[in-house]
Ligand binder design. Structure first.
Ligand code: C5P
Length: 218
């Protein structure tokens, strides 16, 4: 595989879910496996990039020649990302970041009450990819869009709103691909055109994505 495509480049990738603590034993999270982000990190390293993988909790092994920073919450992922940006040529946000976190972190385990309902107030987390796209100097910034309908038009909205260079859109309503699967199919949404990559293993798709992206940044 195109071993020198990203030689001399620094790539930072977020992957996996985040966990937002409610109390010492409970959290809010999602079913992201991290597989797409890890595959992208592996492909970037294969292509010769210095590769930093900022990972939420996953069950995956660190790819060869990838520097992995483990984080738990969205705020930690944001902090680790901002601290990794110096000299960064390409940033890929593949993490499934929790949009909200509990407003309060209870210091002790929350006890059952006599009430039938309980309310947890949530506050918005920072949007990591938007912050990277607003940073100076700005790396080439790639986001993901997981949608269940009107995939391309929502992705184009995200591209414009977050000021990204590319959005990789996938239809998470299709069985057997995307979230938690080893396979995926994506549409690349660039500012002026689109390209669909047919269903494939995440490993192969990651290589194809890194090849497409590196053509834009070299
Ligand atoms: O707005 P939405 O969450 O659908 O956008 C998804 C894209 O934004 C993904 O690339 C995801 O990694 C990124 N994102 C982020 N920080 C957040 C929320 C989403 O980097 N707090």
């Amino acid at each position: 595989f195109q071993s020198g495509l990203l030689a001399g480049k620094k790539v930072v990738i977020t992957a996996g879910p985040t966990r937002e603590a409610i109390d010492p034993v409970r959290y809010i999270s999602n079913h992201s496996s991290g597989k797409m982000g890890y595959a992208l990190a592996e492909a970037a390293a294969e292509a010769g990039a210095t590769t930093i993988l900022i990972s939420g909790p996953t069950q995956l092994a660190t790819p060869d020649r990838v520097q992995r920073l483990d984080v738990t919450s969205a705020q930690e992922m944001y902090d680790a990302t901002m601290a990794s940006l110096e000299g960064c040529d390409l940033f890929i946000a593949s993490a499934a970041v929790a949009d909200y976190r509990p407003a309060q972190l209870a210091e002790q385990k929350i006890k059952k009450t006599g009430q039938d309902t309980m309310t947890i107030e949530l506050v918005k987390n920072p949007d990591i990819v938007t912050a990277v796209a607003a940073s100076q100097p700005k790396p080439y910034t790639v986001g993901f869009a997981a949608e269940t309908q009107d995939v391309v038009s929502y992705a184009r909205g995200k591209l414009e709103r977050k000021k990204l260079d590319l959005v990789i859109a996938n239809d998470v309503s299709q069985a057997g691909i995307g979230f938690n699967s080893d396979r995926n199919a994506v549409t690349l949404v660039w500012p002026t055109d689109e390209e669909t990559l047919a269903e494939n293993s995440k490993t192969q798709l990651a290589r194809d994505l890194i090849a497409r992206i590196s053509a834009k940044i070299t």
